[in-house]
Design a protein around this ligand. Structure first.
Ligand code: KET
Length: 444
Protein backbone atom coordinates (compact mmCIF):
# COMPACT_ATOMS: atom_id res chain seq x y z
CA UNK A 1 0.00 0.00 0.00
CA UNK A 2 1.25 3.43 -0.81
CA UNK A 3 1.83 5.65 2.13
CA UNK A 4 2.19 9.36 1.72
CA UNK A 5 2.74 10.96 5.03
CA UNK A 6 2.54 14.69 5.49
CA UNK A 7 4.63 16.68 3.03
CA UNK A 8 3.69 19.92 4.78
CA UNK A 9 5.33 20.42 8.15
CA UNK A 10 3.40 21.33 11.27
CA UNK A 11 2.90 25.01 12.20
CA UNK A 12 5.38 24.54 15.05
CA UNK A 13 8.00 23.11 12.65
CA UNK A 14 7.47 25.99 10.26
CA UNK A 15 7.81 28.57 13.02
CA UNK A 16 11.01 26.88 14.17
CA UNK A 17 12.45 26.93 10.67
CA UNK A 18 11.62 30.64 10.17
CA UNK A 19 13.08 31.45 13.57
CA UNK A 20 16.31 29.55 12.88
CA UNK A 21 16.75 31.34 9.54
CA UNK A 22 16.19 34.64 11.30
CA UNK A 23 18.69 33.76 14.04
CA UNK A 24 21.29 32.69 11.49
CA UNK A 25 21.02 36.06 9.80
CA UNK A 26 21.28 37.90 13.11
CA UNK A 27 24.37 35.91 14.12
CA UNK A 28 25.94 36.61 10.71
CA UNK A 29 25.23 40.29 11.14
CA UNK A 30 26.61 40.36 14.69
CA UNK A 31 29.80 38.63 13.57
CA UNK A 32 30.27 41.10 10.76
CA UNK A 33 29.77 38.43 8.11
CA UNK A 34 28.32 39.71 4.84
CA UNK A 35 24.56 39.31 4.99
CA UNK A 36 22.16 39.09 2.15
CA UNK A 37 19.38 41.09 3.76
CA UNK A 38 19.97 44.74 4.64
CA UNK A 39 18.42 46.07 7.85
CA UNK A 40 15.74 47.75 5.74
CA UNK A 41 14.86 44.65 3.72
CA UNK A 42 11.49 43.02 4.21
CA UNK A 43 10.94 40.82 7.22
CA UNK A 44 9.44 38.44 4.67
CA UNK A 45 12.58 38.38 2.54
CA UNK A 46 12.93 34.63 3.14
CA UNK A 47 9.44 33.77 1.92
CA UNK A 48 9.73 31.38 -0.97
CA UNK A 49 7.54 31.71 -4.02
CA UNK A 50 4.91 28.96 -3.86
CA UNK A 51 3.96 26.97 -6.94
CA UNK A 52 0.53 27.55 -8.48
CA UNK A 53 -2.20 25.09 -7.51
CA UNK A 54 -2.11 22.12 -9.92
CA UNK A 55 -5.80 22.61 -10.85
CA UNK A 56 -6.60 26.29 -10.33
CA UNK A 57 -3.15 27.22 -11.69
CA UNK A 58 -4.23 25.84 -15.07
CA UNK A 59 -6.79 28.65 -15.32
CA UNK A 60 -4.12 31.19 -14.34
CA UNK A 61 -1.92 29.97 -17.25
CA UNK A 62 -4.92 29.87 -19.60
CA UNK A 63 -5.87 33.48 -18.78
CA UNK A 64 -2.38 34.63 -19.75
CA UNK A 65 -2.48 32.96 -23.19
CA UNK A 66 -3.49 35.43 -25.95
CA UNK A 67 -4.29 32.68 -28.51
CA UNK A 68 -7.84 32.86 -29.94
CA UNK A 69 -8.07 29.05 -30.10
CA UNK A 70 -7.14 28.47 -26.45
CA UNK A 71 -9.28 26.01 -24.55
CA UNK A 72 -9.50 25.55 -20.78
CA UNK A 73 -10.20 21.93 -19.85
CA UNK A 74 -8.49 22.23 -16.48
CA UNK A 75 -10.90 23.12 -13.71
CA UNK A 76 -14.13 21.17 -13.37
CA UNK A 77 -16.55 23.96 -14.19
CA UNK A 78 -19.51 23.58 -16.50
CA UNK A 79 -19.63 25.53 -19.76
CA UNK A 80 -22.44 25.86 -22.28
CA UNK A 81 -22.22 24.83 -25.94
CA UNK A 82 -21.04 28.41 -26.50
CA UNK A 83 -18.22 27.86 -24.01
CA UNK A 84 -19.74 30.24 -21.46
CA UNK A 85 -20.27 29.75 -17.71
CA UNK A 86 -23.88 28.90 -16.90
CA UNK A 87 -26.15 30.33 -14.24
CA UNK A 88 -29.08 27.91 -14.01
CA UNK A 89 -32.49 29.47 -14.75
CA UNK A 90 -33.76 27.99 -11.52
CA UNK A 91 -31.01 29.83 -9.63
CA UNK A 92 -31.96 33.11 -11.33
CA UNK A 93 -35.58 32.47 -10.38
CA UNK A 94 -34.68 31.76 -6.75
CA UNK A 95 -32.52 34.88 -6.62
CA UNK A 96 -35.41 36.99 -7.96
CA UNK A 97 -37.63 35.66 -5.19
CA UNK A 98 -34.98 36.44 -2.60
CA UNK A 99 -34.42 39.97 -3.87
CA UNK A 100 -38.15 40.70 -3.94
CA UNK A 101 -38.72 39.42 -0.42
CA UNK A 102 -38.20 42.50 1.71
CA UNK A 103 -38.57 40.52 4.91
CA UNK A 104 -35.12 39.03 4.26
CA UNK A 105 -32.30 40.57 6.22
CA UNK A 106 -28.55 40.25 6.20
CA UNK A 107 -28.09 39.32 9.85
CA UNK A 108 -25.42 36.79 10.79
CA UNK A 109 -26.50 33.23 10.35
CA UNK A 110 -26.09 30.94 13.34
CA UNK A 111 -22.67 29.23 13.54
CA UNK A 112 -24.15 26.06 12.00
CA UNK A 113 -25.76 27.99 9.14
CA UNK A 114 -29.30 28.18 7.79
CA UNK A 115 -31.51 25.61 9.53
CA UNK A 116 -33.70 24.91 6.48
CA UNK A 117 -30.68 24.52 4.28
CA UNK A 118 -29.14 21.98 6.64
CA UNK A 119 -32.30 19.87 6.88
CA UNK A 120 -32.89 19.93 3.14
CA UNK A 121 -29.26 19.13 2.33
CA UNK A 122 -29.29 16.06 4.56
CA UNK A 123 -32.54 15.01 2.92
CA UNK A 124 -31.10 15.50 -0.54
CA UNK A 125 -28.18 13.18 0.02
CA UNK A 126 -29.75 10.68 2.43
CA UNK A 127 -33.28 10.52 1.00
CA UNK A 128 -36.55 11.80 2.45
CA UNK A 129 -37.29 8.45 4.08
CA UNK A 130 -33.83 7.99 5.54
CA UNK A 131 -33.98 6.22 8.92
CA UNK A 132 -31.02 8.36 10.03
CA UNK A 133 -33.00 11.54 9.40
CA UNK A 134 -36.22 10.18 10.87
CA UNK A 135 -34.29 9.15 13.98
CA UNK A 136 -32.57 12.56 14.31
CA UNK A 137 -29.21 10.86 14.01
CA UNK A 138 -27.68 13.43 11.66
CA UNK A 139 -25.73 16.53 12.65
CA UNK A 140 -25.55 18.87 9.65
CA UNK A 141 -23.69 22.16 9.42
CA UNK A 142 -23.57 24.56 6.49
CA UNK A 143 -20.01 25.00 5.30
CA UNK A 144 -17.99 26.78 2.61
CA UNK A 145 -18.77 24.46 -0.29
CA UNK A 146 -17.27 20.98 -0.56
CA UNK A 147 -13.78 22.05 0.46
CA UNK A 148 -14.96 23.79 3.62
CA UNK A 149 -17.12 20.81 4.55
CA UNK A 150 -14.16 18.46 4.21
CA UNK A 151 -12.00 20.86 6.20
CA UNK A 152 -14.47 21.18 9.08
CA UNK A 153 -15.00 17.40 9.11
CA UNK A 154 -11.24 16.82 9.16
CA UNK A 155 -10.77 19.28 12.02
CA UNK A 156 -13.55 17.63 14.02
CA UNK A 157 -11.97 14.20 13.49
CA UNK A 158 -8.55 15.46 14.53
CA UNK A 159 -10.05 16.72 17.80
CA UNK A 160 -12.56 14.03 18.65
CA UNK A 161 -11.67 10.76 16.96
CA UNK A 162 -9.10 8.32 18.26
CA UNK A 163 -7.79 7.29 14.82
CA UNK A 164 -5.82 9.96 12.99
CA UNK A 165 -5.08 8.03 9.80
CA UNK A 166 -7.17 8.64 6.72
CA UNK A 167 -7.02 6.52 3.58
CA UNK A 168 -7.71 8.29 0.32
CA UNK A 169 -7.96 6.70 -3.13
CA UNK A 170 -5.00 6.69 -5.47
CA UNK A 171 -5.38 8.89 -7.41
CA UNK A 172 -7.77 11.44 -5.96
CA UNK A 173 -8.64 15.15 -6.08
CA UNK A 174 -5.33 16.88 -5.33
CA UNK A 175 -6.67 19.02 -2.50
CA UNK A 176 -7.64 16.02 -0.34
CA UNK A 177 -4.08 15.40 0.86
CA UNK A 178 -3.60 19.05 1.79
CA UNK A 179 -6.94 19.39 3.58
CA UNK A 180 -6.41 16.35 5.76
CA UNK A 181 -2.74 17.01 6.43
CA UNK A 182 -3.50 20.53 7.50
CA UNK A 183 -5.98 19.22 10.04
CA UNK A 184 -3.22 17.04 11.47
CA UNK A 185 -4.39 13.71 10.06
CA UNK A 186 -1.95 11.22 8.54
CA UNK A 187 -2.82 10.54 4.93
CA UNK A 188 -2.33 7.14 3.34
CA UNK A 189 -3.64 5.87 0.03
CA UNK A 190 -5.59 2.79 -1.01
CA UNK A 191 -5.43 1.33 -4.50
CA UNK A 192 -8.27 2.51 -6.70
CA UNK A 193 -7.48 2.96 -10.37
CA UNK A 194 -5.90 0.32 -12.58
CA UNK A 195 -4.12 2.03 -15.51
CA UNK A 196 -4.03 -1.25 -17.44
CA UNK A 197 -7.77 -1.83 -17.47
CA UNK A 198 -8.55 1.87 -17.02
CA UNK A 199 -11.08 0.64 -14.50
CA UNK A 200 -11.43 0.01 -10.79
CA UNK A 201 -8.86 -2.14 -9.00
CA UNK A 202 -11.49 -3.59 -6.68
CA UNK A 203 -9.24 -6.34 -5.35
CA UNK A 204 -6.43 -3.89 -4.55
CA UNK A 205 -8.95 -1.57 -2.91
CA UNK A 206 -10.42 -4.32 -0.73
CA UNK A 207 -6.96 -5.67 0.19
CA UNK A 208 -5.74 -2.22 1.22
CA UNK A 209 -8.82 -1.43 3.28
CA UNK A 210 -8.61 -4.94 4.74
CA UNK A 211 -5.12 -4.25 6.03
CA UNK A 212 -5.86 -0.74 7.30
CA UNK A 213 -5.75 -0.35 11.09
CA UNK A 214 -9.10 -0.74 12.80
CA UNK A 215 -10.99 2.53 12.97
CA UNK A 216 -9.05 4.27 10.22
CA UNK A 217 -10.97 6.90 8.26
CA UNK A 218 -11.67 6.15 4.58
CA UNK A 219 -12.34 8.89 2.07
CA UNK A 220 -14.78 7.79 -0.63
CA UNK A 221 -16.00 9.72 -3.66
CA UNK A 222 -19.78 9.35 -3.54
CA UNK A 223 -19.99 9.32 -7.36
CA UNK A 224 -18.15 10.58 -10.44
CA UNK A 225 -14.71 9.88 -9.01
CA UNK A 226 -12.28 12.72 -9.66
CA UNK A 227 -10.01 12.47 -11.62
CA UNK A 228 -10.60 8.95 -12.98
CA UNK A 229 -14.32 8.98 -13.81
CA UNK A 230 -14.38 5.38 -12.56
CA UNK A 231 -17.02 4.46 -9.97
CA UNK A 232 -17.66 1.13 -8.24
CA UNK A 233 -20.80 -0.73 -9.34
CA UNK A 234 -23.51 -1.16 -6.72
CA UNK A 235 -22.29 -4.72 -6.07
CA UNK A 236 -18.78 -3.40 -5.55
CA UNK A 237 -20.07 -0.67 -3.25
CA UNK A 238 -21.68 -3.41 -1.19
CA UNK A 239 -18.33 -5.25 -0.98
CA UNK A 240 -16.64 -2.02 0.07
CA UNK A 241 -19.32 -1.32 2.67
CA UNK A 242 -18.97 -4.81 4.18
CA UNK A 243 -15.19 -4.45 4.35
CA UNK A 244 -15.44 -1.01 5.96
CA UNK A 245 -17.97 -2.11 8.54
CA UNK A 246 -16.20 -5.39 9.33
CA UNK A 247 -12.97 -3.51 10.06
CA UNK A 248 -14.82 -0.72 11.93
CA UNK A 249 -13.38 1.83 9.51
CA UNK A 250 -15.02 5.26 9.36
CA UNK A 251 -16.38 6.25 5.93
CA UNK A 252 -16.05 9.91 4.90
CA UNK A 253 -17.92 10.63 1.67
CA UNK A 254 -16.98 13.49 -0.59
CA UNK A 255 -20.12 14.25 -2.59
CA UNK A 256 -19.18 17.02 -5.01
CA UNK A 257 -21.04 15.73 -8.07
CA UNK A 258 -24.48 14.50 -7.00
CA UNK A 259 -26.59 14.50 -10.18
CA UNK A 260 -23.62 14.94 -12.49
CA UNK A 261 -22.74 11.26 -12.84
CA UNK A 262 -26.04 9.82 -14.01
CA UNK A 263 -28.18 12.94 -14.33
CA UNK A 264 -30.25 11.63 -11.40
CA UNK A 265 -29.86 12.99 -7.89
CA UNK A 266 -31.30 9.80 -6.42
CA UNK A 267 -29.07 7.41 -8.32
CA UNK A 268 -25.93 9.35 -7.54
CA UNK A 269 -26.71 9.21 -3.82
CA UNK A 270 -27.01 5.43 -3.67
CA UNK A 271 -23.51 4.74 -2.37
CA UNK A 272 -23.97 7.14 0.53
CA UNK A 273 -27.44 5.80 1.32
CA UNK A 274 -26.11 2.24 1.55
CA UNK A 275 -23.77 3.32 4.34
CA UNK A 276 -26.12 5.73 6.09
CA UNK A 277 -28.81 3.07 6.08
CA UNK A 278 -26.83 0.36 7.86
CA UNK A 279 -26.82 2.02 11.27
CA UNK A 280 -23.11 2.81 11.33
CA UNK A 281 -21.49 6.23 11.46
CA UNK A 282 -20.48 8.15 8.37
CA UNK A 283 -19.37 11.62 7.31
CA UNK A 284 -20.65 13.36 4.19
CA UNK A 285 -19.26 16.54 2.63
CA UNK A 286 -21.69 18.01 0.08
CA UNK A 287 -21.03 20.69 -2.50
CA UNK A 288 -23.52 22.71 -4.55
CA UNK A 289 -20.74 24.15 -6.72
CA UNK A 290 -21.30 21.83 -9.67
CA UNK A 291 -24.84 20.53 -9.43
CA UNK A 292 -26.37 23.99 -8.88
CA UNK A 293 -23.58 25.88 -10.61
CA UNK A 294 -22.98 27.86 -7.41
CA UNK A 295 -19.18 27.65 -7.63
CA UNK A 296 -18.39 31.13 -6.30
CA UNK A 297 -21.18 31.19 -3.72
CA UNK A 298 -19.25 28.60 -1.69
CA UNK A 299 -22.21 26.65 -0.43
CA UNK A 300 -22.04 23.14 0.96
CA UNK A 301 -22.80 21.03 4.00
CA UNK A 302 -21.14 18.58 6.34
CA UNK A 303 -23.37 15.86 7.73
CA UNK A 304 -22.28 13.42 10.38
CA UNK A 305 -24.52 10.40 10.77
CA UNK A 306 -24.34 9.20 14.37
CA UNK A 307 -25.65 6.14 16.17
CA UNK A 308 -27.91 8.01 18.57
CA UNK A 309 -29.78 11.31 18.55
CA UNK A 310 -28.05 12.34 21.75
CA UNK A 311 -24.60 11.84 20.24
CA UNK A 312 -25.70 13.81 17.16
CA UNK A 313 -26.56 16.86 19.27
CA UNK A 314 -23.26 16.64 21.14
CA UNK A 315 -21.36 16.30 17.86
CA UNK A 316 -23.16 19.39 16.55
CA UNK A 317 -22.19 21.35 19.66
CA UNK A 318 -18.53 20.51 19.02
CA UNK A 319 -18.76 21.37 15.33
CA UNK A 320 -19.72 24.87 16.47
CA UNK A 321 -16.47 25.07 18.39
CA UNK A 322 -14.58 24.13 15.23
CA UNK A 323 -16.36 26.67 13.06
CA UNK A 324 -16.57 29.72 15.33
CA UNK A 325 -12.81 30.47 15.44
CA UNK A 326 -12.37 29.44 11.78
CA UNK A 327 -14.86 31.76 10.05
CA UNK A 328 -17.51 32.38 12.72
CA UNK A 329 -20.57 31.60 10.61
CA UNK A 330 -21.22 30.82 6.94
CA UNK A 331 -22.48 33.21 4.23
CA UNK A 332 -26.23 33.60 3.80
CA UNK A 333 -26.86 34.14 0.10
CA UNK A 334 -25.87 30.81 -1.48
CA UNK A 335 -27.59 28.79 1.22
CA UNK A 336 -30.77 30.86 0.74
CA UNK A 337 -30.72 30.08 -2.99
CA UNK A 338 -30.32 26.38 -2.31
CA UNK A 339 -33.04 26.19 0.32
CA UNK A 340 -35.44 28.23 -1.85
CA UNK A 341 -34.98 25.66 -4.62
CA UNK A 342 -35.04 22.57 -2.43
CA UNK A 343 -38.22 23.47 -0.58
CA UNK A 344 -40.32 24.47 -3.59
CA UNK A 345 -41.68 21.53 -5.55
CA UNK A 346 -41.69 23.39 -8.89
CA UNK A 347 -38.25 24.86 -8.53
CA UNK A 348 -36.90 21.51 -7.43
CA UNK A 349 -38.42 19.87 -10.47
CA UNK A 350 -36.96 22.57 -12.73
CA UNK A 351 -33.54 22.04 -11.13
CA UNK A 352 -33.59 18.30 -11.80
CA UNK A 353 -34.37 19.00 -15.47
CA UNK A 354 -31.55 21.52 -15.82
CA UNK A 355 -29.21 19.11 -14.09
CA UNK A 356 -30.16 16.40 -16.59
CA UNK A 357 -29.38 18.76 -19.45
CA UNK A 358 -25.92 19.50 -18.03
CA UNK A 359 -25.14 15.83 -17.40
CA UNK A 360 -26.52 14.97 -20.84
CA UNK A 361 -24.36 17.53 -22.59
CA UNK A 362 -21.26 16.07 -20.95
CA UNK A 363 -22.22 12.57 -22.08
CA UNK A 364 -22.74 13.90 -25.63
CA UNK A 365 -19.27 15.47 -25.54
CA UNK A 366 -17.82 12.09 -24.58
CA UNK A 367 -19.43 10.55 -27.65
CA UNK A 368 -18.27 13.38 -29.93
CA UNK A 369 -14.69 13.15 -28.74
CA UNK A 370 -14.66 9.38 -29.04
CA UNK A 371 -16.04 9.56 -32.59
CA UNK A 372 -13.57 12.29 -33.56
CA UNK A 373 -10.60 10.17 -32.41
CA UNK A 374 -11.96 7.15 -34.22
CA UNK A 375 -12.41 9.22 -37.42
CA UNK A 376 -8.76 10.28 -37.17
CA UNK A 377 -7.70 6.68 -36.49
CA UNK A 378 -5.82 7.93 -33.48
CA UNK A 379 -3.74 5.04 -32.11
CA UNK A 380 -5.02 3.61 -28.81
CA UNK A 381 -8.19 2.32 -27.23
CA UNK A 382 -10.39 5.30 -26.43
CA UNK A 383 -13.39 3.42 -25.09
CA UNK A 384 -12.74 4.80 -21.62
CA UNK A 385 -13.85 8.23 -22.87
CA UNK A 386 -17.41 6.96 -23.17
CA UNK A 387 -17.23 4.57 -20.22
CA UNK A 388 -16.00 7.04 -17.62
CA UNK A 389 -18.52 8.91 -15.51
CA UNK A 390 -19.01 12.52 -14.50
CA UNK A 391 -17.21 15.71 -15.34
CA UNK A 392 -13.79 14.32 -16.23
CA UNK A 393 -12.06 12.00 -18.63
CA UNK A 394 -8.82 10.53 -17.37
CA UNK A 395 -7.29 10.32 -20.81
CA UNK A 396 -4.12 8.35 -20.13
CA UNK A 397 -2.09 11.10 -21.82
CA UNK A 398 1.26 11.57 -20.10
CA UNK A 399 2.84 14.75 -18.76
CA UNK A 400 4.90 15.33 -21.93
CA UNK A 401 1.87 14.88 -24.15
CA UNK A 402 -0.12 17.32 -22.00
CA UNK A 403 2.71 19.87 -22.20
CA UNK A 404 2.82 19.39 -25.98
CA UNK A 405 -0.92 20.00 -26.32
CA UNK A 406 -0.68 23.16 -24.26
CA UNK A 407 2.36 24.42 -26.17
CA UNK A 408 1.22 23.58 -29.69
CA UNK A 409 -2.58 23.67 -29.42
CA UNK A 410 -3.22 26.02 -26.48
CA UNK A 411 -5.25 23.35 -24.73
CA UNK A 412 -5.04 23.63 -20.96
CA UNK A 413 -5.55 20.63 -18.71
CA UNK A 414 -4.05 19.16 -15.53
CA UNK A 415 -0.72 17.36 -15.89
CA UNK A 416 -2.18 13.99 -14.95
CA UNK A 417 -4.00 13.94 -18.30
CA UNK A 418 -7.43 14.80 -16.88
CA UNK A 419 -9.74 16.83 -19.08
CA UNK A 420 -12.93 18.50 -17.97
CA UNK A 421 -15.54 17.28 -20.43
CA UNK A 422 -17.82 20.05 -19.20
CA UNK A 423 -15.46 22.59 -20.77
CA UNK A 424 -15.86 21.08 -24.25
CA UNK A 425 -18.39 21.96 -26.94
CA UNK A 426 -19.21 20.58 -30.40
CA UNK A 427 -17.20 23.46 -31.85
CA UNK A 428 -14.04 22.67 -29.85
CA UNK A 429 -14.07 18.86 -30.05
CA UNK A 430 -12.23 18.75 -33.45
CA UNK A 431 -9.45 20.96 -32.09
CA UNK A 432 -9.05 18.72 -29.05
CA UNK A 433 -9.12 15.57 -31.19
CA UNK A 434 -6.42 17.03 -33.49
CA UNK A 435 -4.30 17.85 -30.46
CA UNK A 436 -4.68 14.39 -28.90
CA UNK A 437 -3.93 12.78 -32.25
CA UNK A 438 -0.79 14.85 -32.70
CA UNK A 439 0.29 14.22 -29.10
CA UNK A 440 0.00 10.43 -29.23
CA UNK A 441 1.56 10.16 -32.69
CA UNK A 442 4.50 12.47 -32.08
CA UNK A 443 5.24 12.44 -28.33
CA UNK A 444 6.17 9.13 -26.74
N1 KET B 1 -14.32 17.27 -3.88
C1 KET B 1 -14.00 16.91 -5.14
C2 KET B 1 -13.88 15.48 -5.46
C3 KET B 1 -13.80 17.90 -6.11
O1 KET B 1 -13.50 17.50 -7.33
C4 KET B 1 -13.93 19.26 -5.77
C5 KET B 1 -13.66 20.29 -6.76
C6 KET B 1 -14.29 19.56 -4.45
C7 KET B 1 -14.49 18.56 -3.54
C8 KET B 1 -14.47 20.96 -3.94
O2 KET B 1 -15.32 21.74 -4.61
P1 KET B 1 -15.93 23.07 -3.92
O3 KET B 1 -15.86 24.08 -4.98
O4 KET B 1 -15.11 23.41 -2.71
O5 KET B 1 -17.31 22.68 -3.54
N2 KET B 1 -13.04 20.08 -7.81
C9 KET B 1 -12.76 20.98 -8.95
C10 KET B 1 -12.42 22.37 -8.59
C11 KET B 1 -11.25 22.51 -7.65
O6 KET B 1 -10.22 21.86 -7.81
O7 KET B 1 -11.39 23.31 -6.71
C12 KET B 1 -11.73 20.33 -9.86
O8 KET B 1 -11.23 19.23 -9.57
O9 KET B 1 -11.47 20.90 -10.93
Amino acid sequence: MNSSSSSSSSPADRRLSILSRHLARTIDRDQGITISASPTSSVFADVLRAPEDPILGVTVAYNKDPSPVKLNLGVGAYRTEEGKPLVLSVVREAEKQLVNDCSRVKEYLPIVGLADFNKLSAKLILGADSPAILGNLVATVQCLSGTGSLRVGAEFLARHYYQHTIYIPNPTWGNHVKIFNLAGLTVKTYRYYDPLTRGLNIQGLLDDLGSAPSGAIVLLHACAHNPTGVDPTLEQWEQIRKMIRSKSLLPFFDSAYQGFASGSLEQDAQSVRMFAGDGGECFIAQSYAKNMGLYGERVGALSIVCRTADVATRVESQLKLVIRPMYSSPPIHGASIVSTILKDRNLYQQWTLELKVMAGRIITMRKHLFDALRARETPGDWNHIIKQIGMFTFTGLNTKQVAFMTREYHIYMTFDGRISMAGLSSRTVPHLADAIHAAVTTVV
